[in-house]
Design a binder for this molecule. Structure first.
Ligand code: ZN
Length: 228
């Protein structure tokens, strides 16, 4: 038995929970945005027109990788092709698209969010802004897929943001990280020209993170016998 055929309900519940979390954090407002998770050849994705901060599992539709509805009564989001494109091209496990206020503001001004804090390296460093195209179109999907090259996040000009990750929890964390970084950029830019980490500084962070297994918790080593 495969996870996808055995537990479509679990994925729908997980997507609904992720939407309520992102709604509580202020990243999903009203019906704007969409979230999906892939398990094998099935994708559980939010329905079009649903209020995301109050989402229930029956407002999540399960489709196959061609977009054909497998489970659910509601039409999937109009950005379905964008999500499927991220799964096909980058082998992602989950995708989060929001119209979060800080990210959307940055997307209206910049061509890329510079790497002004080392935490952005978790998303691949600078975050590109995909050129504008009408929502739900193949042009927008292609624009965003190109901007995602080597990154787990992209901003979408005058529209919003997209993040992906191997798991739904990590895709949500990436969305929160991107929104935080866009907020930091705006505050910094209001005071002056933000400094940006150069390539050498970025490389040193990557090396330090690998050496220290950054991002994981570490138990305190057992107390050593006191030396007298
Ligand atoms: Zn959108």
């Amino acid at each position: 038995m495969t996870a996808s055929s055995a537990t479509p309900g679990r994925e729908r519940t997980a997507v609904a929970g992720a939407c309520r979390r992102l709604g509580a954090e202020g990243l999903l407002i009203g019906t704007a945005g969409n979230v999906s998770v892939r398990v094998e050849d099935r994708v559980a994705i939010t329905a079009t027109g649903a209020v995301l901060a109050d989402l229930t599992p029956d407002q999540v539709t399960v489709v196959d990788l061609d977009g054909k509805v497998v489970t659910g009564d509601l039409q999937p989001t109009s950005e379905l092709e964008l999500h499927l494109g991220v799964y096909r091209r980058y082998g992602a496990g989950a995708v989060v698209h929001t119209h979060a206020p800080m990210a959307t503001a940055v997307s209206c001004v910049l061509d890329e969010l510079p790497c002004l804090h080392y935490q952005l390296l978790a998303l691949g460093g600078t975050v590109r802004v995909a050129p504008y195209a009408t929502f739900g179109t193949p042009e927008l999907a292609e624009s965003v897929l190109t901007a995602l090259d080597g990154r787990s996040a992209a901003l979408m000009a005058n529209h919003g943001a997209l993040t992906h990750a191997p798991t739904l929890g990590k895709a949500v964390e990436n969305a929160l990280l991107l929104e935080w970084a866009c907020g930091v950029y705006q505050r910094a830019a209001a005071m002056g020209r933000p400094r940006v980490l150069d390539e050498q500084q970025q490389l040193a962070v990557v090396e330090a993170a690998i050496a220290r297994n950054y991002g994981a918790t570490h138990p305190v080593p057992p107390a050593q016998e006191e030396v007298r």
